[in-house]
Design a protein around this ligand. Sequence first.
Ligand code: CAA
Length: 283
Amino acid sequence: MNIRTVGVVGAGQMGNGIAHVFAVAGYDVVLCDISEDQLARARATVEKNLARQVARERISGADRDAALARIRTTTDITRAGPTDLVIEAATERESVKQEIFATLAPHLGADTILTTNTSSISITRLATRTDRPERFMGFHFMNPVPVMQLVELIRGIATDQATYETLLGVVETLGKTAASAEDFPAFIVNRILMPMINEAVYTLYEGVGNVRSIDEALKLGANHPMGPLELADFIGLDTCLAIMNVLHDGLADTKYRPCPLLTKYVEAGWLGRKTKRGFYDYR
Ligand code: CAA
C-alpha cells in the first residue's frame, strides 16, 4: 500500500516528534490532540527542533518550511481517520488508547493502517478493540524521535504480512532502522531499558549512590549518553512506572517490581522534565 497521508493522535513529546519526522520525509500529516494548548506547544517544539536541524545543516531552510506546511493540527481526532496511516501516540494508559480507537473506528478509511506507539501494552489485546486487527500494529518510536535511529515494529497475532511490509517500507523512507519484536510485554527496548532504570532507582533508594554519582557512573563507566535517572526524567517517570507495571503484571516475576521510590515520585506528581521536577529540579 502506498502511504502518503499520516494521522498522528496525541501531540505530546512522542506525537510531535513523529509528526516532525513524517513531515520532513514528505508525508502530509494531520496532528490531533484534545487540547489546543498541547497542539500549540507541539507546533512550537517542531519549529524549534527543525530550526536546530537547519542550524546543523541537516536540512535546508526550504525543507523546514515545506515540512511545517505539511503539518495540519486539529482538536478533532476523527480527522485523522481518513488518512492512509494512523499512529496513536497518546498517554500510556490502555483505557485512553481504547477510547481513541473507538472514536476513530467509524471515520477510518477502508484501507487505513492503524498503529500504536505504545511502549509496552499488548498489541494483540489492543487490536481486539479495533475493527481491523489484521491492519493493526505496534509502531514504536524512540525519544527524541528526530534523533533516534530505531523504530520497533510489533505484530499482533492477527497482523497480516502486507501491513508489516508496508510499515517496513515506511520506516525506510524516514531514514530510520526497524527492529521487529514479538508481542510480549514491553517488547525489546523497554524490556531491557526499564529494568535498568528501575534498578538505578533502587540503587538510589537503598543509598548505594546519590543521583549524580549514579548518573556519572553509567555515563562515564558504561558510555551511556545520559545517566539512567536523567533518562528517566527525560522519558517521564509516569511512563517508566507504567511500563514497569506492564512487565510486572505481564511476566509475573518479582524482578520487575517497580521501586517504591519511583511510585512515590509519580504519586507526588514529580514526573521529570515535563513537570519540571523529577530526580533533578528543572525549575
Ligand atoms: N530534535 C531534533 N534534533 C535534536 C533533538 C530534537 N529533539 N535533540 C537533540 N537533537 C540533535 C542535536 O541537534 C544534535 O544534532 P547533530 O548530531 O546534527 O549535531 C544531536 O541531536 C545531539 O544533540 P546535542 O548535542 O544537543 O546533545 P547530546 O549530544 O547530549 O544528545 C541526546 C542529546 C540525543 C538526547 C542524547 O543525550 C541521547 O541519545 N540520550 C539518550 C536518549 C535515549 O536513550 N532515548 C531512548 C529513550 S527510551 C524510549 O524512547 C522508548 C520508550 O518507549 C520509553
